[in-house]
Design a protein around this ligand. Structure first.
Ligand SMILES: Cc1ncc(COP(=O)(O)O)c(C=O)c1O
Length: 465
């Protein structure tokens, strides 16, 4: 493949994409409708978790940019596949199948668990993949229009997925839309059990009992589906217990309700298995995927049981829903997941992270809980281990200081109240799955140094030995 521009020189194009003055940045930011961080990113090192801003500062990223870049930035094979595809065919409407689309469909359904052998690809991320999941469910159970979702659940930012998400309606101005279609029940957040149990061992899966009662007595119409993140992401990085998900499958069968897994974050290696469905040995009826699947390009996929009825053309189409470039990148990503054995890598590197984070937990009172699997890790910060009072200000300080020192992390929020009170006290650790031990240690050193500093400043005890 030889890429040659026609109307501009290569240098002109490169400078268009890599040079900007402070004045231009300031001016453009004034015109943005969306809020952003103060730094502007410039370029990344291919196949690594390293990125530079426009001022030349280097950052190590423990977030994989919304838990997406499992191979780090710009993996050379993904970039080559996408660039080659773009050079021979860059757009097509979805009535026309292409080779990258058909091969991606074949590959996805080959690796998909159980009988999830039908797929609707899209290129607008997780929100649309979830909307497609809900639409498949509605096509197949046209009379049942209530969806059960969970406290803390997050499924996207389209109007319907806002409503499906627990906390988002309270902090947006779209809270009225479609909320009557969703009923929310407690998620098995065992560190803060919604029913007050000290340990998951002693509970009788109350979360599930209340869900079943809600389906039967708590709604004014028939329930179509339960939509759940098997590992809750934005709501606090919380893996559901294995027995909960297994029993949930049974409960959905008993009550003739579809089970939809939102595997936006969990699929394709991050938790140490290819899918959460594999981890739980539980096959949903419908599953949505996005994020890492595109290898850094926008993509979504909704898988469904082979026997389910699919859409008519009018029910699911969109101008960009068949973009061959995204699908070429996705196809290459799936080949690389296997070639590099990313699930195994996540397991091994996960064990490395957990060991160090659990040592930190022993030492710093500020760390209340360390949970997850593979490289899906949540660290929950508390002001006091007994009361578990969320350490919101401390967490914010930790995030800001880490970024100042060149480690990109973020905080997520298990608490958003009806009054809009947001308490962000969970830091997800979800680096690219290809991260090296050396880079992991570098980032963890920065994190520990900052936790120590913040503990001192907020007078939260830690062992000084
Ligand atoms: C579990 C889950 N579902 C859905 C979404 C929405 O995906 P997108 O932002 O690509 O629309 C996200 C995004 O973070 C997510 O974590």
């Amino acid at each position: 493949m030889e890429l040659k521009p026609e109307m501009f020189t290569e240098d002109e194009i490169k400078s268009m994409l890599t040079e900007i003055s402070e004045e231009e940045i300031k001016e453009a930011k004034k015109r943005m409708l969306l809020p952003t961080k103060s730094i502007t990113m410039h370029h990344a090192e291919p196949g690594t978790p390293y990125i530079w801003d426009t001022k030349g500062k280097k950052y190590l990223d423990f977030t994989s940019q919304a838990w997406t870049l499992s191979l780090g930035w710009s993996h050379p094979d993904v970039v080559y596949a996408a660039a080659y595809q773009a050079s021979i065919l860059n757009h097509i409407r979805n009535q026309y199948p292409t080779i990258s689309r058909l091969k991606l469909i074949k590959k996805l359904t080959d690796i998909a668990p159980g009988n999830l052998k039908k797929v609707a690809l899209s290129t607008q991320g997780g929100s649309i993949a979830n909307e497609i999941a809900m639409k498949i469910a509605m096509v197949n159970k046209p009379k049942d229009y209530i969806f059960v979702t969970t406290w803390g659940g997050y499924h996207g930012t389209t109007l319907a997925t806002y409503a499906a998400s627990h906390h988002i309606p309270f902090i947006t101005r779209f809270h009225h839309f479609a909320l009557d279609r969703f009923v929310k029940v407690p998620y098995p957040y065992c560190y803060r059990c919604p029913f007050g149990y000290e340990s998951p061992k002693e509970c009788n899966l109350e979360c599930l009992n209340i869900m079943e009662k809600t389906i039967n007595y708590g709604v004014n119409a028939s329930v179509n589906s339960v939509i759940i993140e098997p590992f809750q992401g934005a709501g606090g990085n919380i893996p559901a217990p294995k027995r909960y998900i297994k029993e949930l499958r049974k409960m959905c069968n008993d009550n003739d309700v579809f089970l939809i897994f939102d595997e936006a974050q969990t699929a394709l290696g991050r938790i140490g298995t290819m899918f959460a469905a594999e981890y739980y040995e539980t096959i949903p009826d419908i599953m949505s995927l996005t994020k890492s699947l595109g290898g850094g390009f926008p993509i979504g996929a909704t898988l469904a049981r082979e026997d389910l009825e699919m859409f008519t053309p009018a029910e699911q189409h969109s101008t960009f829903s068949a973009n061959p470039v995204s699908f070429a990148a996705g196809l290459m990503f799936l080949h690389l997941v296997e070639k590099l054995n990313l699930p195994q890598r996540a397991k091994e590197m996960g064990a490395f992270f957990f060991k160090r984070l659990r040592e930190m937990q022993e030492k710093y009172e500020l760390i209340g809980d360390v949970r997850g699997e593979g490289l899906f890790i949540g660290v929950e910060f508390v002001e006091d281990r007994k009361t578990k009072h969320p350490a919101t200000d401390e967490t914010e300080e930790i995030v800001e200081r880490c970024i100042e020192r060149g480690l990109i992390i973020d905080a997520e929020a298990p608490f958003i109240t009806r009054k809009g009170d947001i308490r962000r006290n969970v830091i997800p650790i979800k680096p690219p799955l290809i991260i090296s031990k050396e880079d992991a240690e570098r980032g963890l050193d920065i994190l520990e140094e900052v936790i120590k500093e913040v503990s001192d400043e907020f007078e939260i005890p830690y062992s000084k030995g």
